[in-house]
Design a protein around this ligand. Sequence first.
Ligand SMILES: C[S@@+](CC[C@H](N)C(=O)[O-])C[C@H]1O[C@@H](n2cnc3c(N)ncnc32)[C@H](O)[C@@H]1O
Length: 272
Amino acid sequence: VRSCVLTLMKAAGAIYMPLFCGPWMEKMPHIIRVGGLLIDGMFPIYLIYLKSLDCVTGLSREERAYQYVLTHATPGDPDSILDAFDIWCSKVEFISNIGPKKGKILDRLLMEQSPLTVLELGAHCGYSTVRIAQALPLGARLYSVEMDQRNAAIAEKIIRLAGFDDDTLIVSPSDEVIPQLRSNYGLEKLDFVFMDHWKKCYAPDLQMLEGSGLLGKGSMIVADNVLFPGAPKFLRHIRKSGLYEWRVHRATLEYSKGIRDGMAELIYQGIK
Ligand SMILES: C[S@@+](CC[C@H](N)C(=O)[O-])C[C@H]1O[C@@H](n2cnc3c(N)ncnc32)[C@H](O)[C@@H]1O
């Protein structure tokens, strides 16, 4: 019975995934625009489907992805870990990793900037953490923040599997960590910040970083998903504050062909 239910659920997923990821996605009637946000009307149904899959398999979506990566990637080879995630997430179950296309933009920005202190907000399963760690120069330090204990446990295993140290994975909400970066982690300046946590946290966290004095002239902030699901308050703040030179790198949502998304690249100019 369990395997029949699982097969039926996989079939349901196979129907939803092309709908979710197809090039026609944005034109589908189940995509609605509310303010600056694009919302998938079918998403609640997909969530119910995922929750039932969790009950049947006894694993969370992230744990299922981890099982696949563990059995298909080569330990110590970050690229093979990223590839295994990309295969699973594009063919089996969606996970909101930055994905290969936007990931390459992030890699390029990191290589150009060559930052020595990096803060990542929202590690999830550690996909972007591995990407960032791989692109950093020798001696650089990466602080990754993830508030969900279960996700953080997977991120920790993925970071170790890739051959990196997991000692700066901070399991706490960003608004608690940012004020402690100086006192508890001895940070004086952030060269690079990658924001990929809940979109409603982008604006308050950026303002908290501005107030912390950790951003210096030339610090780079990269924020994912500013067009889908969208971060209108964040975009309004960077437009109005005049503190940044900025642009949006146009792309599509991770593991989808049709949903337009973008990554914002900000260069802090300091208080004028
Ligand atoms: C989109 S996923 C991150 C994907 C990841 N950056 C990647 O590309 O592999 C968002 C993650 O941010 C975490 N998160 C959301 N809000 C947060 C907050 N305020 N502080 C810390 N983590 C947060 C969630 O638990 C979730 O795991």
